[in-house]
Design a protein around this ligand. Structure first.
Ligand SMILES: [Fe+2]
Length: 95
């Protein structure tokens, strides 16, 4: 289930508001990546496909920008991200 945007966010303040804004930015950028890559896979026009994939790459950089800013203000996210990364790496070692 998707969160309600931006109805509930307007009730937040300070650091909590900033964390929500950055997470929403990440969501929006990831959605844009999907949209551009899906459209690129549909078109038969090479130039349009290349442009869409180039823009999708830029959106991935935007994900990194928002994520980096979120990591600066949400230390729990940093810790949990590292835990998740470690779990996946351990699973791949087992495969
Ligand atoms: Fe973007």
């Amino acid at each position: 289930m998707l969160s309600e945007i931006p109805a509930k966010i307007s009730k937040l303040k300070g650091k909590e508001l900033d964390k929500q804004i950055l997470r929403l930015g990440i969501i929006a950028e990831l959605d844009a990546v999907n949209l551009y890559e899906q459209m690129a896979s549909l078109t038969k026009n090479r130039k349009i496909r290349e442009t869409l994939l180039d823009i999708a790459r830029e959106e991935k950089a935007h994900v990194g920008e928002f994520e980096s800013m979120l990591f600066m203000i949400d230390k729990e996210q940093v810790t949990e991200y590292a835990k998740g990364k470690k779990e996946v790496e351990e699973q791949f070692i087992k495969l």
